[in-house]
Design a protein around this ligand. Structure first.
Ligand code: NAP
Length: 552
């Protein structure tokens, strides 16, 4: 296995944090960590960011696989906190590529002079709350601990890859890659026989590009995904001008919307209330618009199986239209779960790629992968000889990055024990028993069901305001109440139970990781209502949180 990884360079801890402890330590320098640092600096607090990678950008630092790009329109998938930044940054495509997104993250780091407080190549392995000192003490893979009154986990929802564990994989003599740990220098597949294992978003974006390069591409699909066309391209000047003209209003609408973005607004009509012609017209218009628009075609697609079946049938029809071989089209058509209950994929030429003579689809549900041999991938139907294998097998989502660290709160209580039956948080922001520990876009918040940048900004602002509020009152500790947390967890589960999302074995439910508790992790109640609730709680002197510990 070869992964791109930064060298674990050691830096003296005094260079990192000075002799004294910090006010706030932030873990992760992705979009969340960068903005968190900016806000904390603005409050005059002493803060540092510890980042495992050798650059900033988080998701967009690690996911460099061919074809990687955002699936929410670039103009919306960007920070809104600074008008100057918005004015000067000009997105080139409707859906920005990973290199452009990484340039953006680096631009933000430079523009706001963030780098002097970011320590790269520093993996945090443990965080322990020292009750007597009222400090979080973080241990790094190498180097001395770092201490701070507050700890903010900006560690990302999809940052820990699912490690491949195929029998025989270590005997493989060719190259292997994981989409979530792609090397910065890229991979040349020219003239090679390549296997891609997996057909989630990462695979669906990379397969068309790899197919253009490789001598032959074999795709191993265990579960087909619903994918919709991006209709990507340059953003035309009129669209840019319109966005800019109404930008402040657009941004506010995003914050109060269901998913944190406007480009795929939801049609407030039931699919069951319109006739077949109208139904078709609306689905077609949404398909032509591109991106997640199809998901918002009607208001009951994620609530009602009968309604959902119309969307599923529409996409199945599109697959049948695009894919020339009916047997291949049939294999590519999802049949075992409702439309949209696994994260919808947004593609450029995915289904048409299966019309290429150098692409083979293997149904790894009907003929499962048995072993990886020194020269290929063996299924129950035979062995496929390849020179390289791409594992596009996903992530240990939402809880992976937090549980990989040994996080201990009051009385040494371990997060892994508290979350043994699934993550439990208050608002996805704090955890009872873990004072002064904040999680940005944590489980129990809209997070992965939303435009991540909008949700990140909301959490960062809420956390910064909470820390400032404590400071102004000279209070040292804030902690979620157990009762408030229990009520929130119940609410998160109840809202999810009213949808069809439980009917898919998705990573939203942890179903992709053997042994992970099956719990719907994000909050599906909507970005806008969630924001208003968080604001109301803050305005009510942080109802549901206990504030204590006067400091001099
Ligand atoms: P994923 O959606 O979890 O897909 C993983 C794929 O690998 C699935 O098809 C899965 O099949 C397959 N797989 C896993 N283990 C396997 C095994 N042992 N044998 C055979 N197949 C196996 O992961 P992802 O594609 O990396 O995407 C994860 C999420 O990241 C997305 O849903 C999205 O939220 C985000 N993402 C976003 C973008 C974007 O914004 N454009 C791009 C990429 C990713 P099963 O379904 O049968 O388990």
């Amino acid at each position: 296995m070869r992964f791109a990884a930064g060298a674990w360079e050691e830096r003296a801890v005094t260079e990192v944090v000075g002799e004294n402890s910090l006010d706030v330590v932030v873990v992760g320098a992705g979009f969340a960590g960068l903005y968190m640092l900016h806000r904390l600096r603005g409050l005059g607090l002493r803060a540092k960011v510890l980042e495992a990678g050798d650059g900033v950008g988080g998701t967009w630092f690690w996911n460099r696989y061919p074809g990687a790009r955002v699936d929410i329109e670039s103009q919306e998938y960007s920070y809104s906190f600074d008008e100057g930044l918005e004015d000067e940054w000009d997105w080139s495509e409707r859906y920005a590529t990973q290199p452009e997104l990484l340039r953006y993250a680096n631009h933000v780091a430079d523009r706001f002079d963030l780098r002097r407080d970011i320590v790269l190549n520093t993996r945090v392995v443990a965080a322990r709350f020292d009750e007597s000192a009222g400090l979080w003490r973080l241990e790094r893979l190498q180097g001395e601990p770092v201490s701070a009154r507050f700890c903010v986990m900006a560690t990302g929802c999809l940052s820990v890859i699912k490690e491949p564990d195929f029998p025989g994989q270590n005997t493989f003599r060719g190259e292997t890659w994981h989409t979530g740990r792609w090397p910065a220098e890229g991979v040349d597949f020219c003239g090679k026989r390549v296997a891609v294992i997996g057909t989630g978003s990462s695979a669906i974006q990379s397969i068309p590009i790899i197919a253009e390069q490789a001598a032959h591409l074999t795709v191993f699909q265990r579960t087909p995904n619903y994918s919709v066309p991006a209709h990507n391209g340059p953003i035309d000047p009129a669209t840019k001008a319109a966005w800019k003209a109404d930008r402040a209003e657009n941004r506010q609408k995003e914050r109060l919307s269901a998913g944190g973005f406007l480009s795929s607004d939801s049609n407030p009509v039931s699919v069951l209330e319109v006739d077949a012609g109208e139904r078709r017209r609306i689905f077609e218009a949404r398909w032509a618009r591109g991106g997640f628009a199809v998901g918002g075609a009607f208001n009951d697609l994620s609530l009602n199986l009968e309604a959902n079946a119309h969307a599923a049938a529409f996409v199945a029809g599109k697959i049948a239209d695009i894919v020339e071989d009916p047997a291949v089209a049939d294999t590519l058509t999802p049949k075992t779960y409702p439309f949209g209950t696994k994260r919808l994929c947004v593609d450029t030429g995915y289904y048409a790629t299966f019309n290429r003579p150098n692409v083979t689809l293997v149904d790894a549900a009907a003929t499962p992968i048995q072993t990886i041999t020194p020269t290929g991938v063996a299924t129950t139907a035979g062995t496929f000889e390849v020179d390289a294998i791409v594992f596009a097998i996903g992530f240990d989502a939402m809880t992976g990055a937090l549980l990989r660290m040994d996080i201990r709160g009051r009385n040494g209580g371990a997060l892994k024990d508290v979350w043994a039956e699934g993550p439990k948080t208050y608002l996805g922001l704090m955890i009872a028993g873990f004072p002064n520990l904040f999680t940005i876009t944590g489980p129990g918040s809209p997070s992965v069901l939303s435009n991540m940048v909008v949700s990140i900004e909301q959490h960062v602002d809420w956390i910064a305001d909470a820390v400032a509020w404590l400071r102004d009152r000279r209070m040292g500790e804030m902690e979620a109440d157990q009762a408030a947390q229990d009520a929130w967890v119940d609410h998160v589960n109840q809202v999810a139970a009213g949808t069809l999302f439980h009917r898919a074995n998705s990573w939203y439910l942890g179903a992709n990781i053997p042994g992970k508790p099956r719990v719907f992790m994000p909050y599906i109640g909507g970005v806008g209502p969630y924001r208003l609730l968080c604001d109301e709680i803050a305005a009510g002197d942080y109802k549901g949180f206990t504030v204590s510990g006067a400091v001099a």
